[in-house]
Design a protein around this ligand. Structure first.
Ligand code: SF4
Length: 379
C-alpha cells in the first residue's frame, strides 16, 4: 500500500540541501510512496508553525505514515528537538524517525528531549539512492560522495563517529543530474581513495558533456597531494581548489601543495584553518603563523572555529583562546573580508592582522575594544 511520507529539515541555517532527506525521498518514491518536504521556519510560540508553513506548502496532508526529521550540527540541536516534538504532537499516529549527523553524535540528547531513539549513521539501502533533485528545482549543482569516511583519525574531527568505515562509492555517477552545471563532492578525503584515477576519468567524461564546475568542498589532503595527482586534478580543474592547514601535521606539506598547485595553473586556492581546538598547540600565535604562511603564498585562508562534538551552544572557548580574541577574529572576517576568508593582499593582511603574532593579538584586542565602544554608544 502507498505510504504518505513527510521529510522535515529543522529551522537551522544550512547553505546546502539536506542530502540524506533527498535520498530518502528517492527511496520512497521508488516504492510508489507519496513524499512531501518541508523546511521548518524558526518556531514562534505565538504561531502554529505547521499551519503557518501550510500556507506556503499547500500540498501537505492531514496524515503521514512516516515523518523523517534530519539534523546537522550539534549546536543546532534545539531546532531538531523542537521540530521532532512539534511533528510528534501534530501527527500522533505517525512513525517519527530522526537521523543525520547531530542525532548520530548525540543520540542521548534526542532521546531525552523527544523520547525518540534516533537512527545512528548512514541509512543502508537509502545511501545508494540518488538524491531527489525535484525537491530543490533551483539547485545548480549535483551533490555526491565518491568515498565515505576517512582513513585518518584527526582528534577534532567528527567523521570517524558518523562514518566510521572508509569505503569507496562506485556508483556515485548515478547521483549526477546531467542537466546541472556543476558537481559538488562532499568527500572527507578523496585524495586517499584507491579510485582516484578512475574518478578523474569519470569526471572528465562529465566535463565532455558540459558539466564544467567541479568542487571538492570539504578540502583535499595536502599531505598526499603530489605531482601526479596535481597533474590529473588539473584536467578536472576543481574551482576553487581547497586544502586544510588544521594543525602541525600539515606544516610543510601545505606550503608545498600550494606552490605545486600554483605551478600547475590553479589560481583560486583556499585553505581551511581550524582554530580554538583544545590541543595545547592550537594557540592564537600558531593560528597567526598558519594564516600568515598561506597569505605569503597568495592563497586564501578560511578560518573554521572548532566546537566540541557534544557542544550544544556553539560558544566553546578553548584554554588557549579567549572571548575577546574569538569575537574580534569573527568581526575581522565579517567586516574586513568577504565571505569569512582572509584576504590574499599582503599589505591589507598586515594592516589588519599585523606583522607578527604579538601584533596580531594586539590588533584583535583593539577591534574588540572598538566594537564594545560602538555598542555602548548605540545603547
Ligand atoms: S583528514 Fe579530514 S576528514 Fe579525515 S579525520 Fe582528518 S579532518 Fe577528518
Amino acid at each position: 500500500m502507498k505510504k504518505d511520507i513527510l521529510l522535515v529539515e529543522p529551522a537551522y541555517k544550512n547553505p546546502y540541501p539536506p542530502l540524506g532527506l533527498m535520498k530518502i525521498s528517492t527511496w520512497h518514491k521508488r516504492k510508489g510512496d507519496n513524499v512531501d518536504f518541508i523546511k521548518d521556519t524558526p518556531h514562534d510560540p505565538k504561531l502554529d508553525l505547521f499551519e503557518k508553513n501550510n500556507v506556503c506548502y499547500k500540498k501537505l496532508r492531514d496524515h503521514y505514515d512516516i515523518v523523517y526529521v534530519t539534523s546537522l550540527f550539534t549546536y543546532q540541536a534545539h531546532y531538531v528537538a523542537t521540530s521532532v516534538n512539534y511533528y510528534k504532537n501534530r501527527f500522533p499516529d505517525s512513525q517519527i524517525r530522526v537521523g543525520g549527523i547531530m542525532a548520530t553524535l548525540m543520540p542521548e540528547y534526542i532521546e531525552k528531549k523527544t523520547g525518540i531513539n534516533p537512527h545512528i549513521g548512514l541509512l543502508q539501502g537509502v545511501e545508494d539512492c540518488p538524491p531527489d533533485y525535484s525537491l530543490f528545482p533551483n539547485l545548480e549543482y549535483s551533490v555526491t560522495f565518491a568515498t565515505r569516511g576517512c582513513r585518518r583519525d584527526c582528534p577534532f574531527c567528527a567523521v570517524k563517529k558518523h562514518e566510521p568505515e572508509f569505503f569507496v562509492k562506485e556508483n556515485w555517477p548515478g547521483d549526477i543530474d546531467i542537466t546541472k552545471k556543476g558537481i559538488i563532492f562532499w568527500d572527507n578525503n578523496w585524495l586517499m581513495s584507491p579510485n582516484f584515477e578512475k574518478d578523474v576519468e569519470r569526471l572528465l567524461e562529465f566535463k565532455k558533456i558540459g558539466i564544467k564546475n567541479i568542487d571538492f568542498n570539504q578540502g583535499l589532503d595536502c599531505r598526499v597531494f603530489d605531482e601526479y595527482k596535481a597533474k590529473l586534478l588539473r584536467k578536472v580543474n576543481p574551482k576553487p581548489l581547497r586544502f586544510a592547514f588544521d594543525n602541525c601535521s600539515e606544516d610543510g606539506h601545505i606550503q608545498k601543495a600550494i606552490k605545486l598547485a600554483q605551478k600547475k595553473g590553479f589560481n583560486d586556492i583556499r585553505v581551511y584553518v581550524l582554530y580554538n581546538f583544545e590541543d595545547p598547540s592550537d594557540t592564537p600565535e600558531y593560528f597567526y603563523y598558519r594564516i600568515n604562511e598561506i597569505n605569503k603564498l597568495e592563497a586564501l585562508s578560511y578560518p573554521m572555529r572548532y566546537r566540541p562534538l557534544n557542544d550544544l551552544t556553539g560558544q566553546y572557548i578553548s584554554d588557549n583562546w579567549d572571548k575577546e580574541l574569538l569575537r574580534a577574529l569573527k568581526l575581522s572576517l565579517m567586516f574586513y573580508y568577504q565571505k569569512g576568508m582572509v584576504t590574499k593582499n599582503r599589505e591589507s593582511f598586515k594592516k589588519i592582522y599585523g606583522n607578527n603574532p604579538d601584533e596580531f593579538k594586539e590588533k584583535l584586542y583593539l577591534i574588540y575594544k572598538h566594537d564594545k565602544q560602538l555598542k555602548k554608544k548605540k545603547t
